[in-house]
Write a protein that binds this ligand. Structure first.
Ligand code: SF4
Length: 403
């Protein structure tokens, strides 16, 4: 499952890079990385874009990236930002700890590394919190020209198809092998472009469900495509080894109706955890008659760390509505230090939000308070906001759905 013929590797690099030069998408971080003479600024731009692109579509990221770079054009500027500002800008991108760790790492570069980014993938991964093997490889190859490979979701798909790797693509044996393949094939003189080309191919041509093999610049080097067009080579997938840990398992052989999408294979996904949370939108009329909502801040670690939300209470499953209401009233009363009658809570409805690993249902209540209502409580931090201020705050997409 490796590329054993140096001539084939050379041809693959040539074909892929020629296609990339012709067809690459114009993306703001590419423009900056291609024109910026300062290697630290190049690395910063690539780093920000790569962290934003994890689990998020390119089309969504562009706008966030542009606003981020306008606000914090350098590592030094980011190091001086507050977590509140970072969360505000990140709101809607999801996986909030990514923004937080990016900022922590920027502070570390400024305070401990004299503002100079580590120059190799190994050092980037070792020294910067939140920078994993993939991000380190991307920054080092694109910004510093280190000939090191990258393996992300797109690369996994492309390499599994190119090499007919059909074992569970999240297994350590397959992942280790893919890193070996990626490091072996990366172009020595244009490693950053080569890695971006491989990812771009996965994003635009070698798509998960309907790959455009007819238009693919590397189909001549693709074993899955050969398997479909000319039938199997020696062994089940062109691999001679019996019991090979990289071939499809004997119990799930090649399915001809799937064609090249036989690869990659994934183990069955774990079902998300089901959770219910009661949410109370406390409302009052502010000094100019404008409606205001009360927000409280989440703890600084864990899910949605440091973000603002309506006062919330996790609920046991299968609790009757009356019991939910009472539990929420008790929770509010304990926290606000004033009586809250369960009957005063108005049930508005339910909102479902899917986090990566949680299927969350918010049961939404509202409670109108007097215009001059204040709160003695200092923990957790709280504040009154208008609807406009709410949308500009560091709130999660789930809370926006609640509104
Ligand atoms: Fe992917 Fe098809 Fe190209 Fe192979 S030929 S790399 S399966 S698009």
């Amino acid at each position: 499952h490796l590329f054993s013929d140096p001539a084939e590797v050379g041809a693959l690099r040539r074909d892929l890079l020629a296609w990339y030069d012709r067809s690459k998408r114009d993306l703001p971080w590419r423009t900056l990385a291609g024109s910026e003479p300062d290697p630290d600024r190049r690395a910063y731009a690539v780093w920000v874009s790569e962290i934003m692109l994890q689990q998020t579509q390119v089309a969504t990221v562009i706008d966030y990236y542009n606003r981020w770079m306008q606000k914090w054009p350098t590592l030094q500027a980011l190091a001086q930002a507050s977590l509140e500002e970072v969360n505000e800008l990140w709101a809607g991108l999801g996986y909030y700890s990514r923004g937080k760790r990016l900022q922590e790492a920027a502070r570390k570069v400024v305070s401990e590394l004299e503002g100079r980014m580590p120059r190799t993938a190994e050092d980037l991964q070792k020294l910067l919190p939140g920078v994993g093997r993939y991000t380190a490889g991307a920054i080092a190859s694109i910004s510093f020209g280190q000939a090191t490979g990258v393996v992300d979701g797109n690369v996994i798909r492309v390499l599994c198809r190119l090499r007919c790797i059909g074992a569970d693509s999240s297994s350590p044996a397959v992942i280790d092998h893919l890193w070996d393949v990626a490091n072996a094939v990366v172009d020595r003189s244009r490693p950053g472009d080569f890695n971006q080309a491989l990812m771009e191919l996965g994003a635009t041509v070698c798509a998960p469900k309907a790959p455009l093999c007819g238009e693919c610049p590397v189909k001549q080097h693709c074993r899955a495509w050969h398997r479909v067009s000319t039938g199997p080579a020696s062994g089940p997938e062109g691999c001679c080894a019996v019991g090979c840990p990289l071939c499809p398992p004997a119990a799930e052989p090649w399915d001809s109706s799937l064609g090249v999408t036989n690869f990659p294979r994934k183990a069955a996904k774990k079902q998300p955890r089901v959770a219910r949370t009661a949410v109370c939108v406390l409302e009052r009329r502010g000094c100019h008659g404008a409606l205001q909502y009360l927000l409280v801040q989440r703890p600084s670690s864990g899910l949605l760390a440091g973000l603002w939300e309506f006062p919330s209470l996790p609920l046991a499953q299968d609790l009757q509505e009356e019991k939910q209401r009472e539990a929420l009233a008790d929770h509010l009363q304990a926290w606000m230090g004033q009586p809250v009658a369960a009957g005063g809570l108005r049930l508005i409805g339910e909102v479902v939000h899917i986090f990566s690993h949680i299927h969350q249902t918010y049961v939404v209540y509202s409670l109108p308070l007097d215009g001059d209502a204040t709160l003695d409580s200092v923990s957790p931090p709280s504040r009154w906001v208008t609807e406009e201020e709410f949308h500009a705050s560091a709130v999660s997409t789930a809370m926006k759905k609640v509104v």
